[in-house]
Write a protein that binds this ligand. Structure first.
Ligand SMILES: [Zn+2]
Length: 163
């Protein structure tokens, strides 16, 4: 019996319905969305982004992204992790003329648990907000907490950024 699933069969060339352009298409307002790799997020976040009126966006999807931006001293590889994620954000924000960043996090993040982080939602965001305000003061900042609502649906609660 063929052990390969349908998804792992070689595809050859697959052509999408999306036209290729030699330049990156520009939007009304360039946005960078930073979120956790968690599949629950990757399923639901396009719906949030669409609700925000953003047609296309730049993305950083990485486990526990809020931790990378929290303005606290890191050691060992967590220091490297923070450095790399922050440099990626700076690169995109400068090169792609990003005007607004949308940062989404969730409390039951495995990456956070794995690294012994026990922080509250507002503390996470406030610490990340401090970094964005200090190093990228020119961009707009929107923050969301992804959580289950009373009906068990994925919900996003907007959290305040500091002025
Ligand atoms: Zn996570």
């Amino acid at each position: 019996m063929d052990h390969l699933s349908t998804h792992s069969r070689p595809l050859g060339i697959f052509t999408t319905e999306i036209p290729w352009t030699s330049h990156i298409p520009t939007g009304a307002k360039e946005t960078l969305v930073v979120y956790c790799s968690d599949k629950r997020g990757t399923i639901a976040i396009p719906e949030l982004v669409s609700k925000l009126g953003i047609a296309h966006f730049f993305a950083i999807a990485i486990p526990g992204p809020t931790l990378a931006f929290m303005h606290v001293e890191r050691k060992g590889y967590m220091r490297i992790y923070s450095y790399v994620v922050r440099e990626c954000a700076k690169f995109l924000i400068h090169k792609a003329h990003i005007e607004e960043v949308v940062l989404i996090h969730h409390d039951d993040c495995r990456w956070k648990q794995e690294h012994g982080m026990d922080t509250h939602e507002h503390n996470d965001i406030q610490l990340a907000d401090t970094w964005f305000k200090r190093f990228l003061p020119q961009i707009g900042r929107r923050y969301f907490l992804m959580h289950p609502d009373e009906q068990g649906m994925v919900a996003f609660k907007e959290l305040p950024s500091t002025p």
